[in-house]
Design a protein around this ligand. Structure first.
Ligand code: NDP
Length: 253
């Protein structure tokens, strides 16, 4: 799946990325290596996941050039007083001199425009190509824009049929913020009849239907798996499309 979306910074972000939360040590290295072999060109990590070393090593050992991989990592809220230091530590662990996207992992006690202002500075210095947030409400996104004149390129939030909220999706679109959905599979009941029926119609799995549903809405997805068969399955979602009625049926789950 090679579909991409343009971020407001002009950076191109692959719509399907590989999530790495709860992958540690050699398991993280192996899974990321296999994801890159499979064709994923977007990796999602965080300081908190404690796997940036392994992600970086897998990138360096792969046959894919750094410039062809979109790397996201995140500032933990409790590091709000060590922002530059945390970014430098991430760069060093990942073995790269720039990030593609750096996110504020959680609102550090409110929207925190002061933290956002520091993000803008570090982006302008070239340490990261794009900046965004995670787990922010629409009101908090607005607060950052009003305070600094700069709207986050991305908001990474939980997103699945269970979380689907058309008003939230519309607001992100209106503000030009790319909605990146996390826990797309954990948040879905893969045995749900709507999903299994659509899956059998196309000869795919319910997990693939959920991931495809996100893409039909323009939502970026970052499924995680520790298993090769699922890593490949989650990436193989370009052989079918959902029609309008199917998308609506999943919206209504
Ligand atoms: P996911 O929705 O990606 O689900 C992962 C779980 O689903 C694992 O238990 C995995 O098992 C299983 N799974 C994977 N593929 C399949 C499949 N094809 N069929 C059935 N089961 C499958 O959950 P995550 O919470 O990991 O979210 C994805 C990513 O989002 C994270 O890895 C992280 O990068 C990011 N994230 C960000 C957060 C934030 O606060 N910003 C919070 C949470 C996640 P197995 O590994 O055994 O295959």
């Amino acid at each position: 799946m090679t579909e991409t979306v343009e971020l407001r910074s002009g950076t191109t972000m692959p719509m399907v990325g590989f999530g790495t939360w709860q992958l540690r040590g050699e398991q993280a290295y192996d899974a990321v290596s296999f994801a890159l072999e499979t064709g994923y060109r977007h990796l999602d990590t965080a300081t908190m996941y404690r796997n940036e070393d392994e992600v970086g090593r897998a990138v360096r050992d792969s046959a894919v050039g750094r410039q062809d991989i979109f790397i996201t990592t995140k500032l933990p809220a409790e590091r709000r007083n060590r922002i530059r230091q945390t970014l430098e530590e991430s760069l060093s662990a990942l073995g790269t001199d720039y990030l593609d996207l750096w996110l504020i992992h959680w609102p550090p006690g409110g929207a925190a425009p002061d933290v956002w202002a520091e993000f803008i500075k570090l982006r302008d210095e070239g340490l990261t190509r794009a900046i965004g947030v995670s787990n922010y409400s629409v009101a908090q996104l607005t607060e950052l824009t009003t305070a600094t004149g700069e709207t986050p390129a991305v908001n990474q939030i939980p997103w699945s049929p269970k979380h689907y909220d058309p008003a939230v999706l519309d607001e992100h679109r209106r503000m030009g913020v790319v909605l990146e959905g996390y826990s797309p599979l954990k948040g879905a009941r893969l045995k749900d009849k709507t999903l299994t029926q659509i899956a059998s119609r196309y000869g795919v799995t319910p997990a693939q239907v959920v991931l495809r549903w996100n893409l039909e809405h323009g939502v970026v997805v970052i499924p995680k798996s520790a298993h090769r068969d699922r890593i490949a399955e989650n990436f193989a979602i370009d052989g079918f499309e959902l029609n309008h009625a199917e998308v609506v049926a999943i919206d209504e789950i």
